[in-house]
Design a protein around this ligand. Structure first.
Ligand code: FAD
Ligand code: EPU
Length: 315
């Protein structure tokens, strides 16, 4: 059973309460606040403790943004420090995890539709399954990405079969400066980058989709899935570095570069460069953030090309 208490003002867990990792309090606006190890929330399975706020509406979001914060999605691109974080960590729930896939009649046509709002905290894999069943196309190329919708949008996650920005009509973004709704053409988005400033929170999005059939959408998902067959199954935050761009706009495969540099199987502590794909770092069990940082340094050192990190390092 969770031990819950309602706080008077802003819910801040005292350091005395920090040791009780499962203790949960409720903030003045009703957000749930818990001291938790972030290793529970990351696909890598690494990360020390932080104060985790689960917020379900705009009032709760405004409250939590009253002190320094970070926004957590599916935790599938994160390397969180072993020491944990001093900032509040926001998880989206409630209204920000709701799904309205009804076509907006004012904006939809026979071939193309614009949905209602879909929360930034909605897990992408489940959303894609729903879209497939409805025969709605445009986002299926992102199959296999273990993100939340908001995190996938913030990173513009994708594969060569499609990216998050391929299926967006508009986004609601909340920051300490207020709430705004933008369309993709108002953002400088590109490969693995939405152009949305850090800590501006994608609370929800309306999707722009093409009417297709469940079978055709499934076929395209299968093709995108096949391209993942060579990726590791261990705990990982996915590809470590972005594929560097060449002068002609094409991209070099960073994984291929690391492979050619002989890095597969390189190990620091319990973190290892995957045997299956050299741009993935995997946790063999009990890896630390420090192990991962050391491997990232080795990867940069061994490849004579400027590389941009894809992982988000917290802090
Ligand atoms: P998190 O990892 O939780 O956070 C990443 C960043 O997004 C942080 O800066 C965070 O603050 C920010 N963020 C999260 N949610 C929000 C929000 N609502 N509003 C604003 N900012 C937010 N990526 C690809 O692009 N293509 C792939 O094919 C791919 N394959 C992967 C396969 C595996 C097995 C794994 C583990 C990862 C893979 N990734 C891939 C990486 C990762 O899934 C993406 O980067 C994804 O976009 C991260 O989303 P997330 O919700 O997990 O965000
Ligand atoms: N390759 C090697 N050795 C390796 C890895 C790859 O020789 O260790 C070769 C492959 O054989 C292939 C080429 O490099 O000929 C490209 O490999 P792959 O198809 O795996 O694509 P990638 O560019 O390495 C990108 C994304 C992945 C995405 C896949 C599938 C980036 C940084 N990576 O990988 O995204 O899933 O395409 O579309 O853009 C991620 O971003 O986290 C991620 C996993």
């Amino acid at each position: 059973m969770e031990d819950r208490a309602r706080t008077g003002g802003c819910a801040v867990l005292s350091s005395a309460a920090h040791s009780a990792a499962s203790q949960s309090v409720v903030s003045s606006t009703g957000a749930r606040v818990e001291r938790q190890p972030l290793s529970r929330y990351t696909t890598l399975g690494v990360g020390g403790e932080a104060e985790v706020w689960t917020v379900g509406n705009h009032a709760q979001l405004a409250e939590v943004m009253g002190a320094p914060y970070r926004i957590l999605g599916g935790g599938s691109n994160l390397v969180v420090a072993d020491e944990g974080l001093s900032e509040r960590v926001i998880r989206l729930g409630g209204q920000f995890a709701a799904i309205d896939l009804n076509a907006d009649p004012a904006l939809s046509t026979l071939g193309q539709l614009v949905t209602g709002w879909v929360g930034g905290g909605v897990p992408l894999p489940g959303l894609l399954r729903k879209l497939q069943r409805l025969g709605y196309s445009n986002l299926e190329g992102t199959v296999g990405i273990p993100a939340q919708l908001g995190g996938a949008i913030w990173m513009n996650a994708g594969t060569r079969f499609g990216e998050a920005f391929g299926g967006l009509h508009s986004l609601e973004i909340v920051s300490p400066q207020g709430t705004r709704t933008v369309t993709p053409d108002e953002l400088p988005w590109s490969y693995r980058d939405s152009g949305i400033p850090r800590n501006h929170i994608v609370t929800r999005a309306r999707l722009k989709l093409r009417r297709s059939s469940p079978e055709a959408v499934q076929e395209r998902m299968d093709a995108a899935d096949i391209a993942r067959k060579g990726q590791p199954k261990n705990r990982t935050p996915g590809c470590a570095f972005k594929n560097p761009a060449l002068a002609d706009g094409k991209r070099l495969g960073a994984g291929k570069l690391f492979d050619e540099a002989g890095l597969k199987g390189s190990r620091v502590g319990n973190a290892m460069i995957a045997l299956e794909h050299a741009n993935f770092i995997v946790n063999l069990g009990g890896a630390t953030a420090a192990d991962v940082h050391a491997l990232l340094g080795l990867m940069r050192e061994r490849v004579g090309v400027a590389l941009e990190l894809e992982y988000e390092l917290w802090p």
